[in-house]
Unconditional design. Structure first.
Ligand code: NAD
Length: 490
């Protein structure tokens, strides 16, 4: 069985670790590869950091116009290889082919935005800040940067950071999720072809040990993390204690609110796409659906829309929803549904213990809807990260906003309405970093920061767009006077 190699200093190299774990197709249970894991992966991090530092020292002095040229090539290669990368994502992560292709498109858009780095990296200049004295600010790269990615978007998430990091003159080490490393293997084959100097981009596999290696390595100057909240907190604490710049995006529990004036059919279609897309394994998946006032019609419509989704292997035609990532996830999600029931909820649509013909071992859960969930219970606060909708009824939009604002997470909140004034109030008062109005997945496009709040984000500057440019550069202010001016009277 193929043991995956790291990519360090422009070459494919074996890991120093002999321990591996299996990469498993969540639908078929086929073992796709073995990925290095275990303590010795820290030695891989050391090699990568040394190579990345060496590369950075030269790369930072290459003109920014030259630094973006490889990104144009990367965009073309990603487009040309979209089908193959999509298949890999579907095979290791489980989402449908259409979802996988959509994810690559989002990655490409970040490459496009990073091509504007010669504009985005420009800074400020003030002539005559005092007589004969000019003051200006420049942005310089940090050095070796690192990205630690989750399983649910094996291609896209590293692209919230990678193109910006290298365009601004840094080098980067990527640590993909050990559950889905094959997509990034293919992407590094493409990165190998775009004429980047050796060591500017590197990839090290592994789990906690390689992450800790990155968090502790003195040459690594920044960490861009995306994953669950407990790990995000840990990364932020340990990374910043070691003096690094850290942006750590965490988990979510996203509420959507439906007002009585919303279009029922459109709303239920959009919301079911949000809840069940990628089998609910998106950090922007709607999880708690709050209906304001009488909810009979919308409830019926949501159940119909959820029932109509075809569950199966994402490589096959006509599939709307694939499996969840692992057996452990399936067990965890099904026991959370049980917990909701124990807390007084009723199951309107039960997706537990379902089998897909031909893929009986797969980690499938069908669309599930639970209602009458206790507002003081645990489940209403817990990230399920699976295809489960919790339906809750409230009296007013103010009640809904108050409920949203006591949520410990703040990744996304959405409102469905025809009322401009309700929408305006909602976007102003709801305490979440990404707001959707008649949108089910309020995913910021590459030009905007991915703005999680509260326990969905630890740090100051988010991924994507101008935030990424700022994150990957440090400002230097220069106050300047030239001898000719010295003779002036002050
Ligand atoms: P995870 O936290 O388990 O893993 C993320 C990364 O951290 C992986 O590379 C993993 O190897 C590493 N890791 C895991 N445990 C670790 C530990 N104890 N110490 C050090 N490193 C560790 O997350 P996941 O299951 O891969 O991804 C799902 C989670 O990611 C969900 O909570 C989801 O909401 C979140 N997510 C958030 C966003 C966002 O933008 N906020 C986007 C995607 C996913």
């Amino acid at each position: 069985m193929n043991v995956l190699q790291n990519y360090i200093n422009g070459e494919w190299v074996n890991s120093k670790s002999n321990t591996t774990i299996d990469v498993v197709n969540p639908a078929t249970k086929e073992i796709l590869a073995k990925v290095p894991n275990g303590d010795d992966t820290q030695k891989d991090v050391e090699m990568a950091a040394a190579a990345a530092q060496q590369a950075y020292l030269e790369w930072k002095n290459i003109s920014v116009l030259k630094r973006i040229q490889p990104l144009f090539k990367l965009k073309t290669l990603l487009e040309q290889n979209k089908d193959e990368i999509s298949r890999l994502i579907t095979m290791e992560c489980g989402k449908t082919l259409a979802e996988s292709a959509g994810e690559i498109q989002r990655a490409i858009e970040n490459v496009e935005v990073a091509c504007a780095t010669p504009m985005l990296m420009q800074s400020e200049f003030l002539e005559n800040v005092a007589t004969g004295i000019d003051e200006f600010m420049i942005r310089q790269p940090l050095g070796v940067t690192a990205c630690i990615a989750p399983f649910n978007f094996p291609a896209m998430i590293s692209f919230w950071f990678l193109p910006y990091a290298i365009a601004t003159g840094n080098s980067m080490i990527i640590k993909p999720s050990e559950k889905v490393p094959l997509t990034m293997m293919k992407i590094f084959e493409l990165l190998h072809q775009i004429d980047l100097p050796k060591g500017v981009v590197n990839m090290v596999h592994g789990g906690k040990a390689s992450v800790d290696g990155l968090l502790d390595h003195p040459l690594v100057k920044s960490i861009s993390f995306v994953g669950s909240t407990p790990v995000a907190k840990y990364i932020y604490a340990r990374g910043t204690a070691n003096g690094k710049r850290v942006q750590a995006q965490g988990g979510a529990k996203n509420p959507v609110v439906i007002l009585p004036d919303a279009d029922i059919e459109m709303t239920s279609q959009i919301i079911t796409d949000s809840v069940y897309g990628c089998a609910g394994q998106r950090c922007l998946a709607a999880s708690v659906v709050i209906t304001v006032d009488d909810n009979k019609k919308i409830k019926e419509s949501l159940v119909e829309a959820a029932k109509s989704r075809t569950v199966g292997y994402g490589l096959n035609n006509g599939i709307d929803m694939g499996p969840v990532i692992s057996n452990e996830s399936k067990t965890r999600i099904e026991s959370l549904i049980d917990k909701g029931v124990a807390e007084g909820a009723s199951v309107l649509l039960d997706g537990r213990n379902k089998k897909v013909k031909g893929f009986e071992q797969g980690n499938f859960i069908n669309p599930t809807i639970i209602e009458n969930l206790s507002l003081s219970g645990e489940l209403i606060k817990t990230e399920i990260f699976g295809p489960v909708m919790s339906l809750v009824q409230m009296k007013t939009v103010d009640d809904a906003i108050a409920f949203i604002n006591q949520n410990v997470y703040g990744n996304m909140a959405c409102l469905f309405t025809n009322s401009g004034s309700s929408a305006r109030k909602f976007r102003n008062e709801a305490m979440a970093g990404n707001i959707g109005i008649n949108i089910g997945i309020a995913a910021p496009m590459a030009q905007f920061p991915f703005s999680g709040w509260k326990e969905s984000f630890f740090g100051d500057l988010h991924g994507q767009g101008k935030h990424a440019i700022e994150f990957f550069t440090q400002t230097k202010v220069v106050v300047e006077r030239w001898p000719k001016e010295w003779s002036r009277k002050f």
